[in-house]
Design a protein around this ligand. Structure first.
Ligand code: AMP
Ligand code: ZN
Length: 116
């Protein structure tokens, strides 16, 4: 696990680093990705530090479910009626660069499959 005190997304969650807070509740936050890969590219994170999806523990089950539901709520607010893609990069093979669990919410254009 990376050092929570210097974790980028922990610092965003606790407002040390300011971002446009698009939606939030006690456990989750949504904010725009700084390097958007689609017309809508939002990151959805738990406020609790979990380094990756692979580091989520059985006691995080409710949090994970709530995070997915929260991402759906954000997608609805963004009016992505034509669809969207949720991505959770996990570990080196996936290209994960920030070691704090996050869901990419991508939309506003047609997505190709398979992803690169
Ligand atoms: P991943 O590669 O799946 O770990 O995704 C990390 C994402 O965080 C990338 O899409 C980056 O563009 C994004 N990112 C990095 N720093 C920031 C930041 N300060 N604010 C918003 N998004 C960021
Ligand atoms: Zn963190």
């Amino acid at each position: 696990m990376s050092n929570v005190s210097i974790c980028l997304f922990c610092q965003i969650a606790n407002s040390t680093i300011p971002v446009k807070r698009l939606a939030e509740n006690d456990d989750a936050l949504a904010f725009p990705d700084i390097n958007p890969q689609a017309p809508v590219h939002i990151l959805v994170i738990p406020k609790k530090h979990i380094a990756s999806h692979a580091d989520a523990m059985p006691e995080d089950t409710a949090l994970l479910g709530n995070l997915l539901a929260f991402a759906g709520q954000v997608a609805r607010e963004q009016k992505l009626e034509n669809g969207y893609r949720l991505v959770i990069n996990t570990g080196p093979d996936s290209g994960q660069t920030v070691e704090h669990l996050h869901i990419h919410l991508l939309g506003g254009r047609h997505m190709t499959w398979p992803p690169g």
